[in-house]
Design a protein around this ligand. Structure first.
Ligand code: ADP
Ligand code: MG
Length: 300
């Protein structure tokens, strides 16, 4: 869906004037400066920027995992207040139940089976004694299996999570977010610990659930080639400031050089994606979801 056509739609994520400072050994450090954003329902947004630019801090604000400075600012998700003026909403748990958070290090429980890890996703909705007792209904188990099928992991349901590869663990984490019923999925460098093939696999799954279910996805990616390939919209942070917000098709190599500085050459995961400083990855047409093998082609 074109960005321009949707401006009358109520945003699913709304960020206004967020500042975030950290106190580091007596020195104030500004991690985010005046960030404002509207993310529309069904968008898949790539959050890019060099290491330390504020991507994780940004995503944590969206989920209410960290508070902004005590200024006039607000974060709302799905029309509900997450935080305003640096104070987390008292009903954050209800809102968080609709937000799936995918971490770089998978955050799954190694000693549990794959299926149990997915069933954990339903804990926000069922009485806590049932979850503690490991008492799930047949319908819930069926739903967990369906979630696993959507990430091509249904054959691993009874396997212990610790036996899975990183890419498989990340797919289980996505299945857990599906089980949770998350309408918004925030993924913080979900492919940073994966080899390129697993990385592509995980990105294709995120893009597929965005496309097929209309779930809104915000994914931070150090690897700019993946961001351009899978995300229709890019938000770029540089030292905590949004320096680009627009269609991935509008990104040029000059902008990337500016965003990443001399670290630019390290930002492509797949080899030879950027061979000269005139070359940038071509995002796919439209929403950029169906990635053929040639998607890493270049323009020069
Ligand atoms: P990114 O995810 O883009 O690598 P982060 O959001 O993790 O960046 O960090 C942005 C900046 O804020 C970095 O300089 C980092 O050192 C600093 N920072 C992040 N979290 C904390 C914290 N809890 N305490 C102090 N400084 C922090
Ligand atoms: Mg980070």
């Amino acid at each position: 869906m074109a960005l321009m056509e949707m401006h009358h739609v109520a945003p699913v994520i709304r960020v206004r004037n967020v500042h975030k400072s950290f106190q580091n050994s007596n020195k104030m450090f500004k991690a985010l400066t005046d960030v404002s954003l509207d993310i529309l329902p069904g968008q898949i947004v790539g959050l890019i920027g060099a290491s330390g630019s504020g991507k994780s801090t940004m995503l944590r604000h969206l989920a209410g995992l960290t508070t902004a400075d005590l200024t006039d600012n607000s974060v709302t998700v799905l029309g509900r207040n997450v935080q305003s003026a640096g104070v987390i909403d008292r009903n954050i748990r209800t809102t968080r139940a609709n937000i799936g958070f995918i971490f770089q290090q998978f955050n799954i429980v190694n000693r549990l089976s794959v299926l149990s890890n997915v069933l954990v996703g339903s804990l926000g909705r069922i009485p806590s004694w049932r979850g503690t007792a490991g008492w799930f209904t047949t319908a819930e188990r069926m739903q967990a299996l369906e979630s696993l099928a959507r990430v091509d992991m249904e054959n691993f349901a009874l396997q212990k999570a610790s036996t899975l590869s990183g890419g498989q663990q990340q797919r289980v984490a996505i299945a857990r977010a599906l089980m949770q019923g998350a309408e918004v999925i925030l993924a913080d460098e979900p492919i940073a610990s994966l080899d390129p093939i697993s990385a592509r696999n995980v990105m294709e799954i995120l893009a597929r659930i965005n496309r097929e279910d209309g779930r809104t996805v915000v994914v931070s990616l150090h690897q700019v080639d993946f961001a351009l390939r899978y995300c229709e919209r890019i938000v770029a942070l540089k030292r905590g400031v949004v320096v680009f917000d627009g269609s991935s098709a509008a990104i040029t190599s000059e902008m990337l050089h500016d965003i990443y500085g001399e670290k630019f050459s390290e930002t492509c995961m797949e080899e030879k994606t950027f061979t000269s400083n005139q070359s940038i990855c071509i995002p796919l047409e439209g929403t950029g979801m169906r990635a053929p093998e040639s998607a890493g082609a270049m323009v020069s």
